[in-house]
Structures are given as C-alpha cells and as structure tokens.
Ligand binder design. Structure first.
Ligand code: ADP
Length: 220
C-alpha cells in the first residue's frame, strides 16, 4: 500500500469487485476515481466516490483526459471482458502508472496480466475458493495463507491449549505454531505470552507453517 503520501486511486470497472473495492478505499479516507463504460453503474456509485466517470478505458486518450495517467495507483477491475482487461492494463503501464493491481478471472488470464507487467494480480474467485475450503472442512473461522507456505488463522481454542499457561502447554514446541493473540467473547483482543492461560471458548489467532496450523486447528 501507499502509506502517508499520495492517497489517490483510480478504479477501472465498477462491477461487484471494483465497486466494493472502491467503496472500502473511500472508507479509509482516500480519494477515489471510479470509471466504467456502463452509465448505470457509474450513476449507482457516483455519490459514494470522490469522482466517477463514464468512459471506455481501452482508449489511452480517455485515460489522459480523465487524469488516470497521473494517478499513483490504479486497479483494473475488469474480469469478464478479458480483452478490455488486457488493453486497459497495458495502457496504464504505457502511461507509467507506478502501481497497477489487476483482477483476473482465470489462471491463464492472470498469467497474461503478470506477463504484461501488472504489479499485482488477484484472482478473487480462486483465492476465495481456496480460503473457504479451509473454513468448510475444519473449525477455522478465518484463514490467510502467505506465499511461502505460512498461514495466519483464527480458530476456536482446542482443549489441549486450555487451562494452563502457554509456557506450560508448550504449544510452540509441541505443535509448531505460535499463538499470537486471544479474543475472549465480549472482551478486547489480547496478545499472548508464556503466562497467558487460554480458556475454553476463546478464539485464538495462530500462525505457523500451513500444515502445522491446520493440524493444530483440528485438535480436540
Ligand atoms: P464483477 O464480477 O466484479 O462484476 P465484471 O468483469 O463483470 O466484474 O465487471 C467489470 C466492469 O468493468 C463492468 O461493469 C464493465 O462495464 C466494466 N468495463 C468493461 N470494459 C470496460 C472498459 N473498456 N472501460 C471501462 N469499464 C469497462
């Protein structure tokens, strides 16, 4: 992310993905320009965004006129129309937009965007599908995997971790995971240390190798 400095973002495509992203970025106090060639979508989201425009962004002249070329950050939120997604991404690259995020609807589409030079490619449906797989098959409440096989999960405390201080239950050496913090129902989040005693019903934030974290979350 861009911290501190220039908090402006251009979002091309105001479908479900683009509009949700644009509105969430607005809530973070950023300036958001949303563009879509569909006038109804622009009308629907214009009140919620700093600027909104109806335009076909496959035309590089349009990007210049709208000032998109001057933005420090742009998101290409076009999926279904792969040709448009590719053209808009290459236009933004040609215009020298320093950071470009692009959404892809398939791995092949993602590979093309990466080859073009998009700085970040996201595959929302694939990524969400993989994430939800961990939630539906286990007791995890949330699951985030990092590139290098590490994960951070939110899970209900297994019995083996409760009742004694973490220093005694030795979760890290026995299970290869680190309990980062605890959220007790109705209480604030607290960081965990060797003296922390996990209670039954606590929600834990746990990190470690994906396989270790998964195994820990499956314990009784
Ligand atoms: P989602 O699944 O998030 O709704 P879509 O791929 O269906 O994503 O939506 C992409 C949006 O991008 C649509 O609203 C479409 O009108 C818009 N779009 C497609 N091509 C262009 C283009 N060349 N310029 C501007 N907007 C475009």
């Amino acid at each position: 992310g861009q911290d501190g400095g220039d908090q402006r973002i251009a979002v091309i495509g105001l479908g479900r993905f683009g509009s949700s992203l644009a509105e969430e970025v607005m809530r973070r106090g950023w300036e958001v320009l949303g563009v879509d060639e569909d006038e109804r979508l622009v009308q629907r989201h214009s009140d919620a965004l700093t600027h909104a425009a109806v335009a076909d962004c496959t035309d590089v002249e349009v990007l210049r006129q709208l000032g998109v070329s001057e933005f420090p950050l742009a998101v290409v939120a076009i999926g279904t129309d792969i040709e448009a997604s590719i053209l808009v991404t290459s236009n933004l690259l040609d215009e020298g937009v320093p950071t470009i995020w692009a959404k892809a609807i398939s791995r092949q589409h993602g590979r093309i965007l990466e080859r073009l030079g998009a700085h970040h490619v996201v595959l929302p449906e694939h990524e969400m599908g993989e994430r939800v797989a961990h939630l539906v098959t286990g007791r995890m409440l949330d699951f985030i995997e990092f590139d290098d096989d590490y994960a951070l999960v939110k899970t209900v405390a297994p019995q083996v971790a409760t009742g004694v201080p973490l220093g005694v239950s030795a979760v890290r050496s026995k299970h290869g995971v680190t309990i980062v913090g605890i959220k007790r129902p109705g209480r604030d989040f607290t960081y965990a240390d060797a003296e922390t005693v996990v209670e039954s019903g606590d929600v834990l934030i746990v990190t470690g190798r994906t396989a270790a974290v998964e195994a820990f979350a499956e314990l009784d």
